[in-house]
Design a protein. Structure first.
Length: 167
């Protein structure tokens, strides 16, 4: 499970680096690329400092796998940016399916419910970037991605506190 978390963090880091690279390529001013790179670095620092799993929890393991999916989604979005292709909605991705199937089980947890809006925002921003590659759409994807990770960390901490060992 710890290897899954580490892998998820590495993939998230790679996706963040790709976002910074696209921003650099898009930006006419070198300052914009530096701002995005700084945000990506801060994002990685937040994730790495907060997600330290000492105890085995199947829910946290599942969330770690969904974080890997999120990193892959970002990486794939960057690859097809500007292509006009279809991007899976927030209910069609692996996390969205897991989220919906567990609403009854975890819907009483406010941090779980809070995850829906930023998750939707990531997918909406990704679709905008794939439709039209520009700085504004890229910034929106970075903001949405940062927010989903913030809420993701809150949710992991809730499960760690509850020591919830159910899958």
């Amino acid at each position: 499970m710890i290897e899954n978390i580490n892998s998820a963090m590495q993939q998230q880091s790679s996706a963040a680096e790709n976002l910074a690279q696209v921003a650099t390529d898009l930006a006419s001013a070198s300052d914009f690329g530096e701002i995005i790179k700084k945000e990506a670095d801060e994002l990685n620092e937040i994730v790495l400092s907060q997600v330290k799993i000492e105890e085995c929890s199947s829910v946290i393991n599942v969330l770690a796998l969904r974080l890997i999916d999120h990193a892959d989604f970002l990486r794939n979005t960057i690859k097809i940016a500007g292509s006009g292709e279809y991007v899976a909605s927030h209910t069609e991705c692996a996390f969205g399916k897991w989220y919906l199937s567990n609403m009854e089980k975890y819907g009483y947890i406010s941090e779980f419910v809070e995850m829906d809006e930023p998750h939707r925002a990531v997918h909406d921003a990704a679709q905008k970037l794939v439709k039209e590659i520009n700085v504004s759409n890229l910034e929106e994807l970075v903001r949405a991605s940062r927010e989903i990770l913030r809420v993701f960390i809150k949710l992991i901490n809730v499960f760690k506190e509850k020591n919830d060992l159910v899958s």
